[in-house]
Ligand binder design. Sequence first.
Ligand code: ZN
Ligand code: ZN
Length: 289
Amino acid sequence: MPRFQQRHLSALGAIDGAYSNVTQREAGGDKSVTVDRHEKAVLFDVYGDDFARTSADRSPPTRPFNVIDLSLGSFAAKELAIKYPKESGAELRLYFRRDSGFYPESGQVWFMFRRENEPLPFIGSCSSALFDSITSDDDVVKAVQRDFALDVDDDVYQKLVAAPEDAVVPKEYRAMRYERSAAVGREALESAGYACEFDNTHETPLSAVTGQPIMEVHHLVPISKSAEFRCSLDVLANVVSLCPNCHSAIHRSTKTVQVAMLQKLFGDRRAAMAAQGIDLTEEGLLGFY
Ligand SMILES: [Zn+2]
Ligand SMILES: [Zn+2]
C-alpha cells in the first residue's frame, strides 16, 4: 500500500494518493479490498471516518467515487459500498461492483487519489504493467499526462446536459469549484442543432434520452482555466457541441489533429467569445491543450 510518489502525482494530476496490489483472497473472496493506512488518508480527507461498522451481509452503505479508466483517461461518478466489517478494529473494506467499472482482478493494481478542485476521490484498477507505464518517469507518458491535466467533461456532466430534470447529482459534485451549468450545455447542443460543430456531416446514433443525435459538450477554453479570466467560461460562446469521436480527439489526439480542430472551432467563434470578454489569441488557446 505505497503512497503516491511525485511521478504518480504528476502523471495522474493528483494531490495525494496510494495504490496496492489486489490479492487473490480479495479478488476471489468477498470481492473487496482492504483500505489501508495511506488509502484511508485519501478517503478520510473527503468523507471523514464515519463509515458503518456492520458484520451483517445486507448491502453496506455506499459513497460516490470517480471511477477512472486509465486506458481511456475518462471517469464517471459511481457509488461503491464501504464498511468496517468487524465489531472492532481498523479493518475497512471497499467492495467491487461490476457495473461501476471498479472490479479488479487478482494481481492487478488498485489505486485511490484526489485531485485539486475535484470533490470526489478517484478510484480505479488496472494491470501493474499499465500502472507502471502511466506513472513512469519516461517522456513517452507526457501525452497521457496532458490528457489528465485537461479538464474532462465527464459523464455526470454529459448526463446532466441530456437530462437535467431527472439526473441524480452527487452533492459533492455540485460543490465543484468551477461549476458548469447543464442548462448552458444543453442550450449549446440545441443551438448547434445537435450537430457536430467541427464537421456537421458527422453522424451519431440517437440518444435514448433526448431523441436527438448523441452529441457532447466541450468547453473550448477549459473550465479549469477560469482563474485566468475575469468572466465566466461557462457561456454559450465558449461551449461547443461535438460528436463523441471529435470530443475524444480534441482531448486526446495528436497535436496536429488538435490544432486543426481548434483552428476551425476558434475561427468560427472567436468574435462571439471576445464579445463575452473571453479575449485570447489562437496561440493562447492552443497553449491550453
Ligand atoms: Zn471536452
Ligand atoms: Zn465530429
